[in-house]
Design a protein around this ligand. Sequence first.
Ligand code: BJW
Ligand code: ZN
Length: 267
Amino acid sequence: MPPELDASAAPPQFPSSLLDALRQARHVLVFTGAGVSAESGIPTFREALKGLWERFDPRELATPEAFQRDPALVWGWYEWRRMQIRHAEPNPGHRAIATLARHVAQLSLVTQNVDDLHERAGSTVIAHLHGQISKPICFNCGLPTFHPEDRPEEPEGGRRLEPPRCGTCGGAIRPGVVWFGEPLPTEDWSHAMEAARSADLVISVGTSNLVYPAAEIPELAARRGATLILVNPAATAMDPIARYTLQGPAGVILPALVAAAFPSLGA
Ligand code: BJW
Ligand code: ZN
């Protein structure tokens, strides 16, 4: 049974074996999911249909079939989410990852998130496995060409919004994210696999670890013998193969972990 930590008892304490592993790691892979952005006010994927959207199932909106069936519905949902991201700020969890990168020999950051909060916290992301919400493409020809004036800066909070048209072929513009049933971007996937093959320590933060093939990344690294550390307030599918499960919000656990491992440098 891996040691578990309770973030409600502040400040969190960490086993010395975990701190030693982090200090001695040659290559740290940080793998993040929606939970790392939750404290920035971005709902997790499974929470993203609150309020106006609560009668929909996210798994039924995040598909190419849903976009083909009702492009205005799907585009409206993504524009509403894009605006939430635009108004959000990175939180202490994002910032702790950027700080950690300056203290360890090598750090590779792989995210499933479609937001840009890691970048805005000062991190370099080597792979956005599920794309980026702010980089729309044409559903028809795949090019990032559309008339920006067709895209309102601040769309109404309403439900439906006609997508802009592609400047090259006239097709409907779609969000640049990876939907269920679609392949992951090839370069991002190969960067993530390379990191999984070489990392000796993995910190998986704020993900339910349910969506494949992304969940193969921490899994593969752990099966190769890398130390797997999970940061999540809840149990996940990856708990049985984790060396340490740090139970609590990323914005509390990660800054405390970095400060405990590297006290003289400051987090
Ligand atoms: C906190 C916190 C705090 C809260 N601090 N933590 C194997 C088995 C079965 C099925 C499959 C399989 N392989 C593939 C499939 C099918 C499918 C799949 O995985 N289905 C599963 C659901 C069963 N996969 C696919 O379809 C993928 N494509 C594919 O396989 O293509 C094959 C192909 C090859 C060649 C040609 C054609 C096809 C694509 C998957 C794309 C997923 N995309 C999404 C949507 C992106 C756009 C959008 O955002 O709308 O990506 S789905 C959604 O899930 C999103 C996320 O990135 C992803 C992961 O979710 P995440 O990050 O884990 O979030 P949550 O909400 O699930 O969890 C949040 C966690 O945070 C929780 O644990 C909380 O406790 C925690 N938390 N507060 C820390 N403060
Ligand atoms: Zn086009």
